[in-house]
Design a protein around this ligand. Structure first.
Ligand code: PEP
Length: 282
């Protein structure tokens, strides 16, 4: 059995992964991350955070302690909500985006160094809304991944296909290419810090969820692709989240798939009860 512990800049324990031999069960980090997108005032963000912290502390029993919750508010709420985490151990802070430049004359952008100075731990990178509305390319996303890692934060890398690509049968190649172009330049030790979120675009915010078979097929393909570059052991350790209209009433079935390690949640992350129910669905 191998056991890896990673440390952040301040030498606090950051996360761990356990890898068992091939004839034993592989334990991967379970994660439920909430992407709040461009929603909530300061007061609403405070209430939502306090409710999530409260319900989490009361209800995520000992058998759920291994689930990480990551809250990804708009940048402006980051320091406000961080202060509400108190000593809660399984809740982490994430950002929804990061600049692709280091620093300088880029009005309105937020750098990796700035996020890191607010103790941000995760950064969502390459969300389909950023690819679609802000024309982010796989190459720009690769730069964002590098900057995130350079400041000891962990990327949540999003990939996902349109319905059109799926209908043409090109969805698997499309996702593999997104992953290759944005992540395959990384060293093994950097890749180990990446969380993948598979989010079919046709399921995001539409109420249409991928079936558990569709999710499992894609997650298995993604893991195979990772193994082809970084080896089976790293592929087996990588947390791959599903995103796209994941709700309390469908999370159990999706999370039961062997290659699904949790969810990236949009709409349902704005309701404290729903978000924690999803985290209880493993
Ligand atoms: C998302 O935007 O990452 C997402 C999964 O949204 P929703 O859950 O609302 O489909």
């Amino acid at each position: 059995m191998e056991f890896s512990v990673f440390f952040n800049k301040k030498k606090e324990k950051f996360y761990f992964k356990i890898h068992l031999n091939s004839n034993q069960t592989i334990m991967r980090q379970k994660i439920v991350a909430g992407n709040w997108k461009m929603n909530l005032t300061k007061e609403e963000a405070q209430s939502l955070t306090s409710e999530i912290v409260g319900i989490n502390n009361d209800e995520l029993g000992t058998n759920q302690q291994d689930v990480k919750l990551i809250l990804c508010p708009p940048f402006i709420h980051i320091s406000t909500i961080k202060s509400l985490f108190k000593s809660t151990k399984n809740i982490y802070l994430g950002a929804q985006n990061i600049a692709s430049q280091d620093k300088g004359a880029y009005t309105g952008e937020i750098s990796a160094e700035m996020l890191s100075s607010y103790q941000v731990e995760y950064v969502i990178i390459g969300h389909s809304e950023r690819r679609q509305y802000f024309e982010e390319t796989n190459q720009e996303i690769a730069q964002k991944i590098d900057l995130t890692l350079s400041k000891n934060m962990l990327p949540i890398f999003c990939c996902g296909e349109t319905l059109e690509l799926r209908k043409k049968g090109n969805h698997i190649d499309f996702i593999k290419n997104q992953i290759s172009e944005s992540l395959f330049h990384l060293s093994n030790s950097d890749f180990e810090k990446v969380v993948i979120a598979y989010e079919p675009i046709w399921a995001i915010g539409t109420g249409k969820t991928a079936s558990s078979q569709q999710a499992q097929e894609m997650h298995a393909e993604i893991r195979k692709h990772i193994a082809s570059k970084f080896g089976q052991q790293i592929a087996d350790q990588t947390s791959i989240l599903y995103g796209g209209s994941c709700k309390p009433n469908n999370a159990k079935e999706i999370f039961a798939c062997p290659d699904v390690d949790g969810g990236l949640i949009g709409g349902a992350a704005l309701k404290s009860r729903d978000f924690v129910e999803i985290a209880k669905s493993f």
